[in-house]
Design a protein around this ligand. Sequence first.
Ligand code: SF4
Ligand code: SF4
Length: 103
Amino acid sequence: MTTLVNSRLVDELGRAHEFNAAACMDCGVCSAVCPLEIELLPRRLFRHVLLGMEERLVEETETIYSCLLCGLCEESCPGGVHITENVRALRHFLNTNAVGGAR
Ligand code: SF4
Ligand code: SF4
């Protein structure tokens, strides 16, 4: 399977938002405190962005939209990642730019 890489993905996401996926240390605290036990958010999704894996983001559209934006993960994040703002940015990106025309 061929995976297209968008080397400008993180720049495109960061253009209109304070997107700071690079601050993620992949510690797993966010997954542990999430009331929905959303394992993908935010660390895996942010990794997709940093690697330019736009198609993988589109594949995770349902997960991205299932987040409650409750902020519990953000309160516990040792990296100071703007998790809820980042999720909003991902939704905005999927709505306006992503391949395949998500939601
Ligand atoms: S808690 Fe913060 S630093 Fe840790 S994996 Fe989640 S987003 Fe990354
Ligand atoms: S904002 Fe809430 S629902 Fe969304 S990933 Fe963080 S803890 Fe889970």
